[in-house]
Design a protein around this ligand. Sequence first.
Ligand SMILES: Nc1nc2c(ncn2[C@@H]2O[C@H](COP(=O)(O)OP(=O)(O)OP(=O)(O)O)[C@@H](O)[C@H]2O)c(=O)[nH]1
Ligand SMILES: [Mg+2]
Length: 429
Amino acid sequence: MKLRTFKGETMAAALAQVKRAWGDRAVILRTRNFCEGGVLGVGGRNVVEITATDDAGAAAESGRTTAPSREPPLVEAARSRIGELGVTPARDVERDDGPSHRLAHEVEAIRDMVQQVLSETRRGRQPDLSDDLLAYYTRLIGQHVADEIARRLIDEVRAALIEEHPTGSFSAADVETHVTDRIARMLPHGAPLTIGNGQRKVVALVGPTGVGKTTTAAKLAAQFKLRERRRVGLITADTYRIAAVEQLKVYASILDVPLEVVMSPQDMPAAMDRLASCDLVLIDTAGRSQRDASRLSELKRHLDAARPDEVHLVVAGNVSEAAALEVIRRFSVVAPHRLIFSKIDEAVTVGLILNVLAHIGPRISYLTTGQSVPNDIEPATGRRLAELILRRPVASSDAPPCAHSGPIARIHASDAARLDEGKALLRSA
Ligand SMILES: Nc1nc2c(ncn2[C@@H]2O[C@H](COP(=O)(O)OP(=O)(O)OP(=O)(O)O)[C@@H](O)[C@H]2O)c(=O)[nH]1
Ligand SMILES: [Mg+2]
C-alpha cells in the first residue's frame, strides 16, 4: 500500500494535489487541519493535510472510502453540537473527522481571541474596563444598593462608555458622569408636590409612628406659605396624643396658618369646608404601626372622609430595606401616591432609596434631612440621589466615616463576600 500526505492551505488546494498525483484512483484515508508556526497559531498558517493512497484494496481493508455512506457517531455528535452552537463549519474542513473538526474551531477561536487582545494592547487599550468602574460598583454596594441593581447599572455604564469611546480612552470623570446619569434616570423628574395656578390640593401624610410626619407637614406648610406664597391650612387627625396636637399648634401659630383638629372621620368634611379658601391643605395623621390592621383601617376611614388629592407615605430612610418594604406593603391599604424618605441625615447608607425605587417606580416626592423646620426638606430628584450615593461616606467596620471619601468606598466586612462575587461577575461579563 502506497501512502502519501498532501498539504495545502485549504482542503481544495490539498485535494488538487491528490488529484494531480493519482487522479480518480486516489483513496483518502485521513484529513487533518492544523496551524503551523506562530505563537498559539497567531502568525502561523492554516494547513490541511490529506493522507491518501492509490491502492483501492488497502482502502477497502481499512474500511474507509472517499465518501463514507454513514458518518461515525462521533462525527455526527460533533456536527450536531456545532449546529447547536450555531457555528457554521468552514467549507474547507467540512468533511473532516469530529475531534479534529472541533479542534480546528477551538484553535480558530483562540487565535481570534489572542489577535483581538494583541490589537487592543497595541492600541493601548486595557481589555478589562478600567478600575474606575469597579470602584463605582464598590461604592454602590457600600451604600447597600442591591447587587442586581448595582451590576445592571455598571453594565449599562460600561456599554455606554464603549459606545462613546470605542478606543477605550475614557477618564474617571466620564465614568462618574455616566453613573450619575444612570442613577438620575431612575427618578428623572422627581415627584414633588406641585400646585398649579388657581388649583387647590389636599395632601395627607401617613406612616408609622415617629417617622417625621408632623415635622414634614410643618416643613411643607412653611415652604408653600413662605416661598410659594400660597394659602396653607393644616388639619391634624392625630388626637391620640395631646402632645401631637400641641406640636402642630405651635407650628401653625409660628407660620400663622389655620389649624383644624379632627376628632373623628365624621368631623372631617366640616373641617375641610372651613379650609375651603386654602390652596394647600395638609392633613397630619396619627402614626400607625404597619402591623396594626385595625388602626390602619381607622386611618383609612379618616382618609375616605377627607378624600385627599394625594397621600404621601413617610418612610424612615434609616431603616433596613426589609422594614421599609414591609411599611410600603402594609400601608398599601390607604393607597399612597408618593413616598417621602425621612431622616436621610441619620441614614448610614442611602442605597435603600434606589432599591425601593426599583420596586415602586419613580414616585418619591421628598427627602427630609434633619429636624430643622422649614429647611431640612428637599424634593427627591435623581441627580440628588446620585450625589448622595456617590458622595456620601460609606460605613466601615474598622474606620469612622470621613466627610467625603470620594468614589473609592470603604466596605463593611459583611459586604466583602458579595462584593467579590459581583466583581467577578462583572469582570466575566
Ligand atoms: N434627624 C432627623 N430627625 C427628624 C427628621 N424629621 C423628623 N425628625 C425628628 O423625629 C422626631 C419625630 O418627628 P415627628 O414629626 O413628631 O414624627 P411623627 O411621624 O409625626 O410621629 P408620630 O406622630 O408620633 O407618629 C422628632 O424629634 C423630629 O424632630 C429628619 O429628617 N431628620
Ligand atoms: Mg406626628
